[in-house]
Write a protein that binds this ligand. Structure first.
Ligand SMILES: O=C(O)CCC(=O)C(=O)O
Length: 279
């Protein structure tokens, strides 16, 4: 079995498709090491692995880190609690720009999502390269952002989820009691590539520590608009069996909700850095 594949970049800022991959080789450590290097470089990778079994999905996840049991989405269960199910028929949705669970002290580093059921059209996911968005700032703005920290809070989005009937009231109360919020630097250095990236998410980031509210609102408004320029983004039209891996340290993402009443069902796992204090 060969661990070789070729890469086709899909966007100048981020995104690459993995071609000529033997799907059976995807769980080999030598294949995964090459995929990891490609992921760090391209930030989002598309693989075609139809028929990938849950144990193979988990084996891929375990290569990259410690698979998490997601804070609020349901999962496959029966030994596969780390495989989250995002099913539009259950009301699940993720149509907002976010870094995964950035309200945790050490958020997941990589997420991998495998398409199970797709609508006839629509249901694309978009990603933004936060490294390229950072590079696109003026030197003066980069200098100003250095040393600033922003709060990431889960409670606002959970309240929105309750209002949209995405979570039950019991689940909402349980999650709110967890009081998930954390202060993160507004600019981070990627631990492997060393590239600087903006770290803010329109969904979870509430305010910048130490600034007056109008200052914080204006700066976050500007940065959110800056990041969401089309040249920093990449959009994927899913095929059943696609697995997309993204580097949560350097991208934002948003799953477009434009396909109702059709079903869209994904299996997804995110992983923590090994040994990280994420609770
Ligand atoms: O369903 C998708 O395409 C992405 C869902 C999402 O935002 C997530 O898994 O964090």
């Amino acid at each position: 079995m060969s661990s070789t594949f070729t890469l086709r970049p899909l966007g100048p800022s981020l995104g690459a498709e993995v071609l000529d991959l033997d799907p059976a080789s995807v769980v080999l450590p030598e294949t995964l090491a090459k995929l990891e290097a490609a992921l760090i470089k391209h930030e989002t990778l598309i693989l075609s692995v139809p028929g990938l079994r849950p144990e193979q999905h988990l084996a891929i996840a375990r290569y990259f880190g410690e698979p998490e049991v997601h804070t609020f989405y349901p999962n496959l269960g029966k030994g596969f609690e780390q495989i989250t199910v995002i099913d539009s028929k259950q009301g699940d949705r993720a149509d907002m720009w976010h870094h995964d669970e950035s309200f945790l002290p050490s958020p997941p580093i990589i997420t991998m999502t495998h398409a199970q059921v797709l609508p006839p059209c629509g249901g694309d996911t978009c990603w933004i390269s936060m490294t390229t968005a950072y590079d696109g700032l003026s030197e003066r703005m980069k200098h100003y952002l250095e040393g600033l920290n922003a709060w990431h809070d889960m409670n606002g989005p959970m309240t929105a989820a309750l209002r949209q009937n995405v979570v039950t009231h019991e689940r909402y109360v349980d999650v709110i009691k967890m009081n998930r919020r954390h202060l993160h630097p507004l600019v981070i250095a990627h631990p492997v590539s060393g590239r600087k990236a903006l770290y803010l998410s329109p969904t979870y980031t509430t305010h910048i520590d130490g600034l007056a509210s109008p200052e914080s609102d204006a700066l976050l408004g500007y940065l959110n608009a800056h990041c969401q320029q089309v040249q920093f983004g990449f959009r994927h039209r899913w095929r059943v069996g696609d697995m997309v891996l993204w580097d949560n340290r350097s991208v934002l993402h948003n799953a477009i909700l434009d396909y109702q009443p059709h079903q869209r069902r994904m299996h997804r796992t995110s992983v923590f850095a090994r040994g990280a204090a994420h609770a």
